[in-house]
Design a protein around this ligand. Structure first.
Ligand code: 5AD
Ligand code: SF4
Length: 466
């Protein structure tokens, strides 16, 4: 593996060996994860790398000898939240001076050694492509050195590592199929923190999916920053995302398959036809639009127009009879006018998104937008536009749920409902959370549920007796 080597940085001593790393089993690691699903999966890779070296994983921070926080840099408020958590770890460390604290993931990659100076309690800084190096870095940190590895790789996909499924419901799981991103949307920090795009071998993906099916899992979500650009040469032919998706779906008819995230410029009809042909591929597509204004899309370097996006969503509706469409929207990007904002609202109405993740534009250091554009939409205007977007989406989401009332849908039961022991919670193919009285059903069951009502976030129903 290229580009993976320890880089040890020693500005401050932590005061000598407190953890006996000769017996790793006695060393307990607590991992806290922020950000996207990719980070959740990365934490499972980290747990696997450390468990292979004999480290124990704990869910209780107070039991831990090593705290790792897997971080997100996508917006400033994500970083602020993590800084808040570091303050909590600081007071924990005051109580137990032997405790080691590591920052891993995107914030580690963005701030590198700077984190050690800014946050005096941090002992390790490890970027998203350096997790194989963690055991060595933890050893270094344990001997009082500060350990940093933030090298990005062109090849690393952790393809041979079987992630340790922490916090899993035993029903649904994430499988990474690629890493990094080559798109370089002007607002986005991801290409700088996660490096260039690389696809994982389809063989190892299928092996991992097979293992999950054997372990009783009923749903996998294939993850990548831009899944449509998945490409892998195998036996002289090119495996595209559509091929891979079909192969994963064929692993077992009992397995549901989801994926995220698609890019509007790359999402093909071939993919939609594979989805139509395979009943176990969930009819739900996350297709971030970001803005409804072609002028803003150009400034964002999204490489599609409003019309192109609408044509792609028309294709989804045409080829797939009942497919939910969700999206990401950014309010208040550089130079956004009231008219641009109206374009976003009208596109939302036109597509009728089933749900959306909505954000205020946040300047990320070193991105093209930060370097070359003026963050000129006042904060109060950004907030007001975001609120309008949220209010509209609330109405759209509610309507999209109401249309299921009176219909019977298939739900994969995932867990006992948080609010009632007698109820189960699961999702429909369209990714709608559904709660219903458990009766004789249990998690992992596919249940036909007649929808009788809904709340803003949930469908409510009754299991049909078969
Ligand atoms: N400001 C606000 N939102 C952002 N996103 C990415 N970068 C930024 C930023 N600088 C949003 C996009 C992306 C989602 C994961 O996060 O909508 O699709
Ligand atoms: Fe960021 Fe654009 Fe890549 Fe998504 S596609 S991770 S928004 S650069």
């Amino acid at each position: 593996m290229k580009n993976i080597s320890a880089h040890t940085y020693r500005p401050v001593s932590t005061g000598g060996l407190r953890i006996d790393h000769r017996d790793n089993r006695r060393v307990k690691v607590y991992i806290e994860t922020y950000g996207c699903q990719m980070n959740v999966n990365d934490s499972e890779v980290v747990a696997s790398v450390l468990a292979d070296e004999g480290y124990g994983i704990t869910k209780d921070m107070r039991q831990a000898d090593l705290i790792l926080v897997n971080t997100c840099s996508v917006r400033e408020n994500a970083e602020q939240r993590i800084r808040g958590r570091l303050n909590v770890f600081r007071s924990e460390k005051r109580k137990r001076p032997g405790l080691l604290v590591g920052v891993i993931g995107c914030m580690a990659e963005r701030l590198k050694e700077q984190l050690l100076e800014e946050e005096q309690i941090v002992d390790l800084v490890v970027g998203p492509d350096a997790y194989r190096d963690l055991p060595q870095l933890v050893r270094n940190a344990g001997t009082g050195q500060k350990a940093v590895n933030v090298l990005l790789s062109r090849e690393e996909t952790y393809s041979d590592i079987s992630p340790v499924r922490m916090d899993s419901n035993g029903v649904s799981s994430f499988v990474s199929i690629m890493r990094g991103c080559n798109n370089r949307c002007t607002y986005c920090i991801v290409p700088y923190t996660r490096g260039v795009e690389r696809s994982r071998s389809s063989e190892t993906i299928l092996r991992e999916v097979g293992e999950l099916v054997e372990a009783g899992y009923r749903e996998v979500t294939l993850l990548g920053q831009n899944v449509d650009s998945y490409r892998m040469q195998q036996n002289g032919t090119t495996v595209s995302f559509a091929h891979l998706l079909q192969a994963v779906a064929e692993t077992s008819p009992l397995l549901r398959v989801r994926f995220a995230t698609s890019h509007p410029k790359d999402m093909t009809d071939e993919l939609l036809h594979v989805m139509a042909a395979c009943p176990n591929i969930c009819k739900s597509i996350h297709l971030p639009v970001q803005s409804g204004s072609t002028r803003i899309l150009e400034l964002m370097r999204r490489r599609y127009t409003r019309e192109w996006y609408l044509e792609r969503t028309d294709a989804i509706r045409r080829i797939l009879s009942d497919c939910s469409i969700s999206t990401d929207i950014i309010a208040g990007f550089c130079t956004e006018t009231e008219e641009d904002h109206r374009d976003t609202l009208s596109l939302m109405r036109q597509v009728h998104f089933d749900y959306a993740f909505m954000f205020k534009y946040s300047v990320r250091p070193h991105t093209p937008a930060a370097k070359e554009m003026n963050n000129d939409v006042p904060e109060d205007v950004k907030s007001a536009r975001l609120q309008e977007i949220i209010d509209l989406q609330k109405q759209l989401s509610e309507k999209s749920k109401q249309r299921y009332i009176g219909q019977t849908v298939e739900v994969l039961a995932e867990s006992v409902s948080k609010k009632s022991q007698e109820k189960l919670s699961g999702r429909t193919s369209q990714n709608m959370v559904t709660v219903f009285p458990a009766k004789r059903y249990a998690p992992r069951d596919y249940v036909r549920v007649r929808i009788t009502g809904c709340t803003p976030a949930t469908l409510l129903g009754e299991a049909e007796s078969s």
